[in-house]
Design a protein around this ligand. Structure first.
Ligand code: AMP
Ligand code: MG
Length: 339
C-alpha cells in the first residue's frame, strides 16, 4: 500500500488529504476555506489565512486517516497555476515536511488534478474534459502524452462570471449556499430575454461582454431574475457548444465535467443531454469534489509516483503561477488509481 499526502493552496482553499492506492482510496479530506466578507479574494489576506490554518489542516488530515507522517510514502503539492502568495504557503509547508521526514516531493499541476480526480471518481478513462472553475474555462483531452486544450475562455472564466455578476447586482457574497449559486437562486421564475450577447469565437468562449451587458440591464431596471436566467443560459450553452465541437473533433466516447462550477445541477444536465445526443458516456462527479481540495492533489501525486515519475529536489519545488496543463507530461494515462 502506498500513501500520499496531498496539499492544495492555489486559491481560496487550503486542503490536505491522505490518499491510498488501495480501497477505500480517500482516507481523509481536510479543508479550510477563505471567505471574503465582501468583494473578491485578496491574495495577501488569503496567504495570511492559509499560514494560520496550515498546521491544523495537515494535522486533521493525518488524524482523520489515522496515520502518522512517518507512514506517508510521498508528499504531493499543487505548485500552480494560482495566486503567488497563496501558492507559496502550500509550497513552504510541503518542502518543510518533505525535508523533516525525508519524503519524496511531487509537484502537481492544479488543473491536471481537477481532471485526474474526475477520471478517478467516474471511472471514465479517456474522456473529453470540461473544466470550469473560478479561474478556468477549458475544454481539454488527452493526446500523445499530454492533455491538450481544445477551447478556452478568451477573457474571464465561467465561475468568475457568475461570482462577479452576483456581486455587482448585490445578491452575493456568499456566492454559493446549500449547493446552489446565487445566480441559480436569482434565476428562479425568470425567463429568457433577447438582449444579451452570446459569444463563441472558433473553439473559444468570451464572457466579459456578457457580464458588462447584464450588469447594465439590471442597472436600467430590468428584472434581476430574467437577467440571471438569461446570463446563466448563455454562459452554460456556449461552453457546452464548444465542448460539443471538441467531442466531434477528438472522437472521444466519454465526457467529464470538473472544477468548482461542475457542482452546478443545470450545467450537469446540459452536458449530459449533449453527451447523450452524441452517444458519449457522461457521469457527474459528487459536488464536494468539484471545487478545490487536497484529495485531487494526492491522487495526482500518487499516479506520478506509481508510474515512475522522479520526485523533485526541494530547491526545484518552486511555484508556477501560470503553469498550463498542456506543459505537463502524464505518463500514467489512461491509468487511474482503480487500475
Ligand atoms: P474552484 O476554484 O475549482 O473551487 O471553483 C470555485 C468556483 O466554483 C466559484 O466561482 C464558485 O462560485 C463556483 N461554484 C461552486 N459551486 C457552484 C454551483 N453549485 N454552481 C455554480 N458555480 C459554483
Ligand atoms: Mg480549482
Amino acid at each position: 500500500m502506498t500513501l500520499a499526502l496531498g496539499i492544495e493552496s492555489t486559491a481560496h482553499t487550503f486542503g490536505a488529504s491522505i490518499v491510498s492506492d488501495k480501497p477505500p482510496y480517500i482516507l481523509s479530506d481536510a479543508r479550510a476555506r477563505y471567505r471574503p466578507v465582501k468583494g473578491g479574494i485578496l491574495p495577501r489576506e488569503v496567504a495570511q489565512f492559509f499560514s494560520q490554518k496550515a498546521g491544523e489542516v495537515v494535522g486533521e488530515a493525518l488524524r482523520q486517516a489515522g496515520v502518522s507522517m512517518r507512514e506517508v510514502d510521498l508528499i504531493a503539492v499543487a505548485l500552480g497555476p494560482g495566486m503567488g502568495p497563496a501558492l507559496r504557503v502550500g509550497a513552504t509547508v510541503a518542502r518543510a515536511l518533505a525535508s523533516k521526514y525525508n519524503k519524496p516531493l511531487y509537484p502537481v499541476n492544479h488543473g491536471i488534478a481537477h481532471i485526474e480526480i474526475a477520471r478517478f471518481l467516474t471511472g471514465l478513462r479517456d474522456p473529453l474534459v470540461i473544466y470550469v472553475s473560478g479561474g478556468t474555462t477549458t475544454i481539454a483531452s488527452y493526446l500523445e502524452g499530454r492533455y491538450r486544450v481544445f477551447g478556452e475562455t478568451l477573457d474571464i472564466a465561467l465561475g468568475n462570471l457568475l461570482d462577479t455578476f452576483a456581486r455587482e447586482i448585490g445578491i452575493a457574497p456568499p456566492y454559493v449556499t446549500g449547493g446552489m449559486h446565487a445566480v441559480d437562486r436569482c434565476a428562479e421564475g425568470g425567463s429568457f430575454i433577447e438582449d444579451l450577447p452570446y459569444v463563441v469565437k472558433g473553439q473559444d468562449v468570451s464572457y466579459s461582454g456578457l457580464l458588462t451587458a447584464a450588469v447594465r440591464l439590471v442597472g436600467k431596471g430590468r428584472s434581476k431574475s430574467d437577467v440571471c436566467y438569461t446570463l446563466r443560459e448563455i454562459a452554460f450553452s456556449s461552453v457546452v457548444e464548444v465542448a460539443e465541437r471538441g467531442l466531434a473533433h477528438t472522437g472521444k466516447g466519454e465526457v467529464v465535467l470538473t472544477g468548482g462550477v461542475a457542482a452546478n445541477k443545470l450545467l450537469n444536465w446540459k452536458v449530459e443531454a449533449m453527451s447523450r445526443m452524441h452517444g458519449a458516456r457522461f457521469k457527474p462527479i459528487p459536488a464536494k469534489y468539484a471545487g478545490d481540495n487536497g484529495v485531487m492533489i494526492a491522487v495526482t501525486g500518487l499516479l506520478a509516483y506509481k508510474s515512475g515519475v522522479e520526485p523533485v529536489a526541494l530547491e526545484e519545488a518552486v511555484i508556477r503561477q501560470r503553469w498550463r496543463i498542456d506543459r505537463v507530461d502524464v505518463p500514467w494515462y489512461p491509468m487511474t488509481l482503480t487500475g
